[in-house]
Design a protein around this ligand. Structure first.
Ligand code: FAD
Length: 485
């Protein structure tokens, strides 16, 4: 019999439960990718994600070809595409790995229902998480809203996680109709060459991406090996330092499912003695999906309803937003982070928290605006993680800390980038400034600025806001909200 394997965000052959299930008894296998970004609205993938997707699909196709198969790409309504493929190939079964964003859950449930009604076997699997988002519950059978309690419950069950499955050496042949090119698909559903999906940018802002990233399963495995050989051993200390390659940079690979969390967990357990801190971050990834699954409205609105009334600056001053987006705020750590994001499609976790705090607390621009910018510019843009990260930082999400946390980017810079390696790299116009003034150039005496070739307002901006005043204002607004609660 013939089976269809629908690749989505599981762009790998190793530890792929849908693939393993499809292989069980099928004689012919059709691996497909269906391009339907509108079905993910209002969170259709952004520009940086699309860049990654293009290269990742290319890599997946190459892996399939090495095993005697290939990737068949269609664009259009996913259900219509699957139905056309079923008719053309006489397939009797469709397999996929689950996604957990609200729009995808709705779409996939509908497709499953429709195909099953036509007598097609339809199976979805967990290829992307250590635990399904509904598996970890409080004693009262409720979802968790506090990470530490969630993770305590989850870690007690880590031993239950099944071992990752191996990569098949050979794959079944394509269905005859596809292999021979005699597909019965209508013109509107013709096979699409990858280039026709228009995933790559027209203006080449992505020039630096290939020097940082190798999308695809081989790139993911190489990144994991590099991390386990090096940074993993000091992760608990170095993960906080943006000037050091102290974290795994696996996030885009995990997002696109080029590697699964079970593989990462198994390799880490086997290689790194003290792996608790790193595995805990995988736990945050699980927790984010748990939150979005149980509180699907949170991609748009605060988990804590009190924040629906937060007095954001209205309307958003475009010059403040632009300065933040372009890394021209005059506050070096913020600018370094925003430039890293634009240049490489990624930003260090601590710096993400600091730039998000700055946008929402000091500039008082809604977290949703920041989340949208990240969505378009991050190669690891992920609805669950991004929503959770922004809500946590804005102070309106799941958060065990009861105070209104406002990061001071100068203190944070002095603490986590004490030698200024990170700031000097991304803000080269400040390179010659002594480290004492690097995180707050406006405090440097004129003579020092002159010696360092820095002219505030000319070679580097003056701060667009006063950090202390805006902090006081934000705290006052927060207090007002609490008083009216
Ligand atoms: P490592 O430290 O090596 O961690 C390993 C893996 O654990 C990561 O690859 C990631 O999958 C997961 N992880 C780590 N930290 C977190 C976290 N705080 N929350 C959830 N999962 C985590 N992460 C995304 O993957 N996509 C996003 O769109 C995203 N947006 C964010 C927005 C904000 C405002 C903030 C504060 C954080 C956001 N994060 C997001 C979480 C985190 O910053 C990144 O996952 C991390 O920086 C990725 O780098 P890494 O792979 O080197 O992480």
């Amino acid at each position: 019999s013939t089976a269809i394997l629908w690749f989505r965000r599981d762009l790998r052959l190793s530890d792929n439960p849908a693939l393993m299930a499809a292989l069980d008894g099928c004689e012919r296998l059709l691996p497909v990718y269906l391009h339907a970004p509108d079905e993910e609205a209002p969170w259709s993938p952004g520009a940086a994600s699309n860049w990654w997707l293009h290269h990742s699909l290319q890599a997946l196709d190459a892996c399939l070809r090495e095993r005697g198969s290939r990737l068949f790409i269609l664009r259009g309504d996913s259900l219509a595409c699957l139905q056309a493929l079923i008719t053309a190939t006489s397939a009797r079964a469709v397999f996929w790995n689950r996604c957990y964003e609200p729009a995808r859950i709705a779409r996939d449930s509908f497709i499953k229902q429709q195909l099953r009604a036509q007598g097609i076997r339809c199976e979805s699997h967990n290829g992307g998480l250590l635990f399904e988002p509904w598996e970890i519950k409080t004693g009262a059978d409720q979802p968790f809203k506090v990470f530490s309690a969630f993770w305590r419950r989850a870690t007690a069950r880590l031993a239950e996680i099944p071992a990752p499955s191996p990569t098949p050496e050979v794959l079944p042949p394509l269905p005859e109709a596809i292999a021979s090119g005699r597909t019965q698909l209508s013109k509107s559903l013709a096979e699409q060459p990858l280039e026709r999906l228009d995933l790559l940018p027209r203006i080449s802002w992505d020039a630096a991406f290939p020097t940082t990233w190798q999308p695809g399963a081989a790139g993911a495995q190489a990144r994991l090996r590099r991390f386990l050989d090096q940074a993993a051993h000091d992760y608990a200390e170095t993960r906080e330092q943006p000037g050091v390659e102290g974290s795994s940079k696996l996030s885009p690979h995990l997002h696109f499912g080029e590697i699964g969390p079970r593989e990462v967990l198994k390799a880490t357990n086997a290689t790194v003695g003290d792996h608790e801190a790193f595995v805990r971050e995988l736990g945050w990834r699980e927790f984010s999906v748990h939150l979005l699954f149980h509180f699907p409205q949170t991609a748009e609105v605060p988990l804590n309803p009190l924040f629906a009334d937060f007095p954001w600056r209205d309307p958003t001053p475009p010059e403040l937003l632009r300065a933040w987006q372009q890394g021209q705020t005059g506050i070096p750590l913020i600018d370094a982070g925003m430039r890293e994001l634009w240049h490489s499609g990624w930003m260090h976790n601590r710096v993400r928290m600091i730039v998000a705090s700055f946008l929402t607390k000091n500039l008082r621009i809604p977290w949703q605006t920041g989340a949208r910018w990240f969505w378009d510019t991050l190669v690891d843009a992920n609805l669950a993680n991004n929503t959770q990260g922004w809500q946590w930082t804005a102070g309106c999400g799941a958060d065990a800390a009861p105070y209104f946390r406002i990061f001071n980017p100068v203190r944070q810079g002095e603490r986590f980038d004490p030698e200024g390696v990170y700031v000097r790299h991304w803000c080269p116009e400040l390179t010659r400034l002594p480290k004492r003034y690097l995180h707050a150039p406006w405090t440097a005496p004129v003579a020092i600025l002159q010696q360092s070739g820095v002219e505030l307002g000319i070679t580097y901006p003056r701060p667009i806001i006063d950090l202390a005043d805006t902090r006081r204002e934000a705290l006052a607004f927060w207090q007002q909200l609490r008083d009216t609660d």
